[in-house]
Design a protein around this ligand. Structure first.
Ligand code: CTP
Ligand code: MG
Length: 381
């Protein structure tokens, strides 16, 4: 039997009115990138998820393009349920679906695993957390207390067998809003089981929730640094590319790609932070498609792998080692270019250069070396 296919829908068509701000909350920057980019990366990177569909408002195309350049998306509706329906209709081929709120940015692979496993036993599964506070009915005065152990806080993503949730939504009375999709499945007689939720999954609703979400996220992130090193030979008749910038010189670096040692060193440093091998394992020199290739695509790929692990690049420190050309005049353009490729602020990129006092291959002008250190934050395993 072929293994079941799983789709994920991120509903992001809301206006974020309670959160305020100059754009809908799902596009506001949180922990280093637009809120929606966090859950999109987690769902896209999960090996069991085959397609991810983002549902946005009819006027949010530009916001989405800025946040997530090539995310698959459809237009949602005036209510969350209408947006979910638009997402369900857009699924190409799946047996199961995870329905997630863009307003819950930080989800781990572990919660996705728990939800998908739970669908073996039931048509629906939701992540829940216990309630710590006393819960009471609120009337004009304090009403009856509700037994705490009888209630849970229900989060998203919510996971369903696709045919079951489609049938349940089709049977739900038009015009009546549902607070979540588990409620819709239960109303149709479908069983919904619970799995352990996560505090980082709490919804961002009000302005104060941004700082709280950022703090919860920071608490599960660890810092990692890794280094990269590369050398290429200097030869007459080659172009010289360093840090993504073309530099006029009587010689250039030779190699299979454009031989940009600086970008190669940074690429390896970034791959090192997530233990993802090295540049040669991703772009083998034996592969003709990389002949003469511009190295910015290698660097952008390494950055996308870091992002797919939920990582955030904090800092890049690059040292270029050569006798000539002089790097000083090119330092700022190189910094700007690296920041541009990695979508960082220039203040997060340092470019240094040194000679080796005419000693060794760099001193004799036979080649240029570069070393880099990348510092990232990634979710603790
Ligand atoms: N949502 C949606 N379509 C709607 C309304 C909401 O896709 N018509 C999405 C939101 O983008 C969000 C999730 O449903 O990811 C949960 O909704 P909520 O937290 O209420 O977000 P908003 O509706 O955007 O916020 P508000 O109610 O404060 O305006
Ligand atoms: Mg709302």
């Amino acid at each position: 039997m072929p293994s079941p296919r799983t789709a994920a829908i991120i509903v992001a068509a809301g206006k974020g009115e309670r959160a305020g701000g100059d754009r809908p909350k799902q596009f506001a920057v949180l922990a280093g990138k637009p809120m929606i980019a966090h859950s999109h990366a987690a769902l896209s990177a999960h090996p069991a998820i085959d397609e991810v569909i983002v549902v946005i408002g009819s006027d949010q195309d530009a916001d989405l393009r800025e946040a997530l350049a090539d995310a698959r998306h459809v237009t949602g509706g005036a209510t969350r349920r209408e947006s979910v329906l638009a997402g369900l209709a857009a699924i190409e081929k799946a047996d199961r679906v995870l329905i997630h709120d863009a307003a819950r940015p930080f989800l781990s692979a572990a919660v996705i695993d728990r939800l998908i496993a739970a669908l073996d036993d039931a048509p629906g599964a939701v992540p829940v957390l216990p309630v710590a506070d006393t819960i009471a009915r609120a009337d004009a005065a304090l009403g009856d207390t509700i037994e705490r152990s009888n209630v849970v806080r229900v989060q998203t993503p919510q996971a369903f067998r696709l045919d079951a949730i489609r049938a349940a939504h089709a049977a739900w009375p038009a015009g009546r809003e549902a607070t979540d999709d588990a409620q819709v499945l239960r109303a149709h007689g479908g069983m919904v089981v619970t799995v352990e939720g996560e505090s980082t999954l709490e919804k961002v609703t009000h302005p104060a929730d941004f700082a709280a979400a950022e703090a919860r996220h920071a608490a599960v992130m660890i810092s990692r640094s890794a280094s990269g090193y590369d050398v290429h030979r200097l030869e007459a008749g080659e172009e010289l590319w360093l840090g993504g910038v073309r530099i006029p010189h009587d010689k250039g670096l030779s190699g299979h790609s454009d031989a940009d040692v600086a970008l190669h060193a940074i690429t390896d440093a970034l791959l090192g932070t997530i233990a993802a091998g090295d540049i040669g394992s991703h772009f083998p020199p034996s592969d003709p498609q990389w002949k003469g290739a511009a190295s910015d695509q290698f660097l952008a790929h390494a950055a996308s792998l870091v992002a797919a692990r939920g990582g955030i690049i904090d800092f890049i420190d690059l040292t270029i080692i050569c006798e000539a050309p002089r790097i000083g005049p090119h330092r700022e353009p190189i910094r700007m270019r690296i920041a541009d490729i990695l979508r960082l602020d220039a203040s997060q990129v340092s470019v240094k250069a040194t000679t080796t006092e005419r000693l060794g291959f760099t001193g004799r002008g036979e080649g240029i070396a570069a070393q880099a250190v990348a510092t990232v934050r990634v979710p603790r395993l």
